[in-house]
Design a protein around this ligand. Structure first.
Ligand code: 5AD
Ligand code: SF4
Length: 451
């Protein structure tokens, strides 16, 4: 979501004459779009600010100014504290305020003090943001829902991103049509709780995510739909049916479980237990047998015993994940779990994390290896590290590398998989398969791709 938000900030700033730059040293403005989810992510902000300060000072020596800003959830959570720790910062603003950037910049350039904006304004941010601008990628993010009302006891998101809000279906569809007209053929719908989407539909109806996916699938040229991140207890029958009925909905689902222990899930205030999760996976796999699952795990939540941890390993063993993110529990200020007794010591957390990751890595590698010999449609949207190498995504989200094939950039092509590694696949496009490329980009996109 931060990637998407950064792109929206660039849209707001374009009319003011700002362009993206990958050279922070002589930029007129540097915005750090930050994450507060774990302590490590939040602390990184301050070390990065120290580095950027050097650039700002250098520019000042030549009589030029650099606006240095902190955006995102660290800004939202820490507010004034950011100025206290880094007084050389010009602006601190939260995720709900990006549409007000022009005003903030005007204030920051006029005044000598820092500008702080961490309100949750009454007006909907999305109504005040410019339409998503042209993109030169074939795969785009699209926020459909923001915020979270779940209050898992470890998590800062409900405090930093605020209450759940779903964008009206017609706005989402209009954005999606615009993206497809710009050459996008894969859209990932975003939301902290994306499957609790309940946007205003036509008339007085509310649409759920399943309904929205059906409508998106009707857009000509939109070949692939994905969504992230989902909350297991909010997966409804309509969404499960969409996995069965909508071929464009890719067979990959990120469905965070967090733990395999019912006791811990309860203490986390998750609204599912391990059997609910198992049942849900069964239903999803019945709907889409090749569905590949990914998940999030937290180890060392307060009170987690060896036995609780063993139940997490059991669940992983039983379900089989093709990829996953796993973290040591990080106490976050203001969240209930940070105050719980029986915090697990760091060494124990590290040991459990390594064991869990070992199992997850094995599952990931064995899934990747199981695809060798198969032919998969791959959307090529990146150049590889080596000259003449193209990288794309399989339906199951793995990066797939091929050598050569520059003319296939931006297209969905059938690839014969030759090797499976820890994190990626390698393949080749045979002559006959190469001719069968699908997902032909529209004319204007084709020009941009060949340019
Ligand atoms: N400590 C560790 N991991 C966390 N996550 C969220 N909050 C914390 C925390 N305090 C993880 C969860 C979530 C993912 C985005 O980050 O697994 O699903
Ligand atoms: Fe955080 Fe996700 Fe729980 Fe919401 S559902 S509180 S975003 S972990």
């Amino acid at each position: 979501m931060n990637v998407y938000d950064s792109a929206r900030m660039a849209d707001v700033l374009a009319p003011l004459g700002y362009e993206l730059s990958d050279q922070p040293d002589d930029a007129d403005m540097v915005i750090l779009n930050t994450c507060h989810i774990r302590e490590k992510a939040a602390e990184k902000v301050y070390s990065e600010l120290g580095r950027l300060r050097q650039f700002k000072n250098k520019k000042a020596e030549t009589g030029e100014a650099m606006i240095l800003a902190v955006a995102g959830c660290v800004a939202q959570a820490e507010g004034e504290e950011v100025f206290a720790r880094a007084p050389f910062i010009d602006m601190v603003f939260g995720p709900q305020t990006y549409h007000r950037l022009p005003e903030m910049i005007a204030k920051a350039t006029r005044s000598s003090g820092g500008v702080l904006d961490i309100d949750f304004p009454a007006e909907a941010k999305f109504d005040s943001l410019p339409a998503a601008s042209g993109t030169d990628t074939r795969s785009a993010f699209l926020t459909v829902q923001e915020g979270c009302d779940k209050f898992c006891t470890f998590c800062v998101v409900p405090y930093t991103r605020g209450a759940e809000f779903s964008r009206p279906a017609k706005d989402v569809l209009a954005d999606a049509r615009r993206l497809v007209a710009d050459g996008v053929c894969e859209i990932t719908l975003l939301g902290q709780n994306v499957n609790n989407y309940h946007g205003e539909g036509p008339g007085t109806q509310e649409w759920g995510l399943g309904r929205l996916i059906h409508a998106l699938a009707e857009i000509d040229g939109l070949a692939r739909i994905r969504y992230t991140t989902s909350y297991p207890a909010d997966v409804d029958d309509e969404l499960i049916a969409a996995h069965r009925d909508v071929p464009a909905l890719m067979p990959f689902l990120h469905l965070p479980v967090q733990s395999g222990s019912d006791r811990i899930l309860k203490a986390m205030n998750r609204r599912h237990d391990s059997s609910d999760y198992r049942r849900l996976v069964e239903q999803l796999r019945a709907a889409r047998p090749d569905l590949a699952l990914s998940s999030d795990f937290i180890v060392g939540f307060p009170g987690e015993t060896d036995d609780d941890f063993a139940q997490t390993l059991n669940l992983v063993d039983e379900i089989g994940f093709v990829q996953a993110y796993s973290f040591k529990y990080s106490p976050r200020p203001g969240t209930p779990a940070a105050e719980y007794d029986r915090q697990v010591d760091d060494e124990e957390k590290t040991g459990r994390l390594l064991r869990l990751q070992d199992l997850l890595n094995k599952q990931q590698r064995s899934f990747n290896e199981s695809l060798v010999g198969k032919t998969l449609p791959v959307l090529f949207d990146r150049h590889g590290r080596f000259e003449d190498q193209l990288v794309g995504r399989s339906p199951y989200m793995q990066p797939v590398h091929i050598d050569g094939g520059a003319n296939l950039f931006g297209r969905i092509v059938d690839v014969h998989i030759k090797a499976g590694f820890a994190n990626s696949l390698a393949g080749e496009v045979s002559e006959s398969i190469g001719g069968a490329a699908t997902g032909e980009p529209p004319n204007d996109a084709k020009e941009r791709i060949s340019a």
